[in-house]
Design a protein around this ligand. Structure first.
Ligand code: FE2
Ligand code: FE2
Length: 196
């Protein structure tokens, strides 16, 4: 499937561009890689929230807040799910791993406590915010449609982080350590999903 990405400038639809494919060292942003990692991240987010809701049910205030955030993640994911085939970009081959790892992370943090579930969201969204900021810097004036969507989603990720902190994320026992490991895991997942 990788050959799909070599047919066109990554910022344009394959059918409409004769520009050469992105290559390592190219000073243009690697848009296929951006789309791949963003789809993976939004997919991971839906799996984390699914794992949390499987444990927390749907009655508590915490569960309701998570369900609201999860529905926004479904909308983010749908956008990238549609954009990848439209741009001829393959998803990461690590999707099955993010399916299980995301669900397990969500379920385990929710099993620790509702505050720990919120600590997970605060940590993940801190990294996603950093990641989307980096992408916007790298895009510059390229692909304004994509940049606009990233800005829209980034604003919602920041709302999720703030919701989680307001709901007691930082009151979790061992919060700095939990947050450190979740953020490190997110950074590793981002780097892997960009490449494979
Ligand atoms: Fe999202
Ligand atoms: Fe989010």
């Amino acid at each position: 499937m990788a050959e799909l990405e070599t047919t066109a400038h990554p910022g344009l639809s394959p059918a409409s561009s004769k520009a050469p494919a992105w290559r390592p060292g190219d000073d243009r942003p690697d848009i296929p890689s951006m789309l791949r990692v963003d789809q993976a991240g939004e997919y991971g987010a839906t799996r984390i929230y699914a794992g949390q809701l499987a444990v927390l049910g749907d009655r508590s205030d915490c569960a309701r807040a998570i369900a609201r955030m999860a529905s926004q993640e479904e909308r983010h994911l749908k956008h990238f799910d549609e954009l990848l085939p439209a741009r001829g970009v393959r998803p990461t081959i690590l999707q099955p791993l993010w399916d299980h790892a995301g669900h397990a992370l969500g379920a385990v943090t929710a099993l620790i406590s509702p505050n720990a579930a919120m600590a997970c969201t605060a940590a993940v969204e801190t990294e996603i915010d950093r990641h989307y900021s980096e992408q916007l810097r790298s895009l510059g004036s390229e692909d304004p449609d994509l940049a606009e969507k990233i800005r829209e989603f980034q604003a919602e990720e920041l709302e999720h982080r703030d919701t989680a902190i307001a709901a007691g994320a930082e009151d979790t026992f061992g919060y700095p350590i939990l947050s450190y490991f979740i953020r490190a895991g997110c950074r590793a997942a981002i780097e892997l999903s960009k490449r494979i």
